[in-house]
Ligand binder design. Structure first.
Ligand code: ADP
Length: 395
């Protein structure tokens, strides 16, 4: 009996122990699953955060990014790519040739898969203007070396190419402009050395020609330096309340002799009290270039008038008008370009550098103004430019 009771008690104890163990195991399992769920959620959140960071990065890139799946269908394109190709929107799931109808892209995709990576390839996009894109591409592989996709990065080179072309053109123009007076100086010097110096009249004539071309070289180099400083933003405009009338008085004074040579009458019709916010020296250069042109291309015995009026309470419009040859309609937009001349022979004969109006435009724009031209062939030309006005009433 006692034995039976003892056996029964130990069986109960064992069962109790077993039950406790099972409960502990259940609790442990619950804990582990909870921890697992927690870890999973955290990882998921991390992944979501990582993905949204990557998305933000892709969205903010200036380069176009295109991701194709292993079958060559669009998996992702960033907004820059959509803009670059002028697409109606994202075209996820479409074959690349359908989504981006650009000749050569299909071929690039194929070669990228074959070679693993392509760098600095160029693609041309038809349209107005034609654009040049640089493409870098890489084939993406999973840990088993199976193709996981192809990634393309497109960089718009159009602006870069245009600037490089402009620079090349500028250097060619400058070299040409420098060579012309230099070869004339060399030619006349050699003729003098070869015996022409023995005839005083010829020697004098040749020396005057040499002197004129040396002057041209000096003007050209001065204008080139001015243009280069203006374009690189090195010139700081010292804007101060300035009397426009006084600036014109100075220009008229400086160019009086030149005007007299052509019998040109110079008139300063700027209201005496008119004041503008400007850099006096630079404005003198603007008005001097315009009046100099008006004398050069004006009618011999003609008249050049400088005037100004308040266009608005904060803006003055000034002008330089002549009654000369005029500028053909098709040239009016181009005369502000560096080295553009309507009549090359005439400009050079008059000592022009082809840079005067370009300098005018830069300086006026640096004052926050604009310059424009009106002209009638055979009747005359008027250059207008605006400047910030000192509004005495408001001041
Ligand atoms: P340039 O040194 O040749 O005068 P500019 O840049 O000052 O260079 O002018 C560019 C061209 O614009 C000139 O070569 C000329 O053909 C034309 N031009 C400028 N001003 C006048 C004007 N007042 N009348 C007619 N043509 C002008």
């Amino acid at each position: 009996m006692w034995l039976g009771f003892a056996a029964g008690a130990s069986a109960v104890a064992v069962i109790g122990w077993l039950l406790r163990r099972e409960q502990m195991a259940r609790e442990r399992l619950r804990e582990v699953s909870l921890r697992l769920a927690e870890l999973k959620t955290q990882r998921h959140l991390e992944l979501v955060e990582e993905q949204s960071k990557q998305q933000a990065l892709l969205d903010s890139m200036v380069e176009g990014v295109l991701l194709l799946d292993p079958q060559g269908r669009v998996q992702h394109m960033n907004p820059a790519l959509v803009r670059l190709f002028g697409l109606p929107g994202e075209s996820r799931g479409k074959a690349v040739a359908e989504a981006l109808p650009v000749s050569g892209l299909d071929d690039l995709a194929r070669r990228t898969v074959q070679q693993g990576r392509l760098t600095e390839q160029e693609l041309t996009l038809d349209g107005e203007p034609v654009r040049t894109l640089q493409v870098n591409a890489v084939a993406l592989r999973d840990p088993d070396r199976l193709l996981a996709g192809t990634l393309f990065v497109f960089h718009d080179l159009t602006q870069h190419k245009r600037l490089a072309e402009q620079r090349r053109e500028f250097v060619a123009n400058v070299s040409h402009e420098l060579r012309t007076p230099l070869s004339l100086i060399k030619g006349y010097t050699e003729t003098l050395l070869g015996g022409a110096k023995d005839d005083p009249a010829t020697a004098m004539r040749f020396l005057q020609i040499i002197d004129k071309h040396a002057d041209r070289l000096t003007f050209l180099i001065e204008d080139l330096l001015t243009i280069s400083r203006l374009e690189s933003g090195q010139v700081i405009m010292n804007l101060q309340p300035t009397g426009l009338y006084e600036v014109v008085v100075q220009v008229v004074e400086d160019l009086r002799a030149k005007a007299a040579e052509r019998g040109t009458e110079l008139r300063n019709e700027v209201p005496q009290q008119m004041r503008i916010h400007g850099d006096g020296d630079r404005l003198q250069q603007v008005i001097s270039n315009l009046v100099d042109n008006a004398i050069k291309y004006g009618r011999p015995g003609g008249r050049v008038v400088v005037g100004a009026r308040a266009l608005h309470e904060d803006i003055v419009e000034a002008w330089v008008a002549d009654d000369g040859v005029g500028i053909p309609a098709e040239a009016r937009d181009r005369i502000f370009e560096r080295f553009y001349r309507v009549d090359k022979g005439r400009s050079r004969e008059q000592g022009g550098t082809g840079l005067g109006l370009s300098i005018v435009k830069h300086i006026v724009q640096a004052h926050g103004g604009e310059v424009r031209v009106e002209s009638e062939l055979g009747r005359g030309t008027c250059f207008y430019f605006t400047l910030p006005r000192v509004n005495e009433a408001a001041g």
